[in-house]
Design a protein around this ligand. Structure first.
Ligand code: PAF
Length: 281
């Protein structure tokens, strides 16, 4: 596997493949790769002849009090994991390559509406940073397909919308969330949890599963949001939200809507903020 940091080397490699008519799959990441990321690479590998992954901890998607500085940077291990997955090329640019005028003076993309709720409401500017960097990476790699995890459900929807709205020639594919044996969704942030918090963190998935179970038994979605919020609060979590939304646009469902719904939770446990979601059908 080749690792490149600059745009000309990236473009040269991709030009070489394209000249032979090969298709390109892309998996953008912020590194600190785990089995969840590996499943994204695997999905790209199954669909395209060449696979590019990027590792870039994107400063514009972190708020001022978020974990940009302490976000784990593990490039050597990431390289080994990607090579193991038969990834063809790792693009690991520095901040100046992605933001030549500086991150604060960059062109910024805003995807309206869908970014104004949930994560967008709790992390102002977060999705502007995500949309901006993903669009820049798409322009650089120009992949046929790009794979994103369903764990970041709202991110996936924001990117799908951006691609459609800007007519970007890339097919966005969603990969199912990978979970630890007890159900906790794999995430780079899980490593911030103390052993005691790690043991309790499973309550998020457990609560999502309970919401689905009760919903399928006929309970009204609105009542389930309250049940979930009190369950998490009683167990020592500080929930930002525990909601049921329309899966396509994350808007509130009609009172009697029974299909196309997803439950989403974001909650803090100690200093760690965890998110997860579960489709109801
Ligand atoms: O999901 C992530 O790791 C990031 O938000 C992404 C898509 C790589 C953009 O920085």
């Amino acid at each position: 596997m080749q690792t490149v940091q600059d745009v000309s080397a990236l473009r040269a490699a991709i030009r070489g493949w394209r000249s032979k008519g090969e298709t390109v799959g892309f998996v953008p990441t912020m590194g600190n790769l785990h089995a969840g990321h590996q499943s994204l690479i695997k999905l790209a590998r199954a669909r395209t002849e060449r696979v590019v992954a990027s590792v870039f901890v994107n400063p514009t998607q972190f708020g001022p009090n978020e974990d940009f500085e302490r976000y784990p940077r593990t490039l050597v291990q990431d390289q080994a994991a990607l090579a193991d997955q038969d990834c063809d090329l790792l693009f690991a640019p520095d901040v100046g390559t992605i933001y030549p005028f500086g991150a604060e003076h960059s062109v910024s993309l805003r995807v309206p509406q869908i970014t104004e709720t949930l994560e967008g409401a709790h992390r102002p500017g977060h999705f502007d940073g995500v949309a901006t960097v993903v669009c820049k990476l798409f322009n650089l790699v120009q992949p046929d397909i790009a794979v994103f995890g369903q764990k970041d459900f709202q991110q996936l929807k924001v990117i799908e919308r951006m691609v459609r709205d800007l007519s970007l020639p890339v097919k966005v594919m969603a990969a199912p969330t990978l979970r630890a044996e007890d159900g906790l969704a794999l995430s780079s942030r899980n490593q911030y949890l103390s052993p005691d918090e790690r043991a309790r963190a499973v309550l998020i998935y457990d609560t999502l599963s309970k919401m689905r179970e009760l919903f399928l038994q006929g309970h009204a979605w609105r009542a389930l949001e309250q049940v979930a919020t009190s369950r998490l609060t009683r167990a020592g979590f500080a929930p930002d939200y525990a909601v049921i939304r329309r899966a396509d646009d994350l808007a509130e469902p009609a009172e009697d809507q029974r299909e196309g719904l997803v439950a989403l939770i974001a909650a803090r446990l100690g200093t760690t903020r965890l998110i997860d979601n579960l489709m109801f059908d």
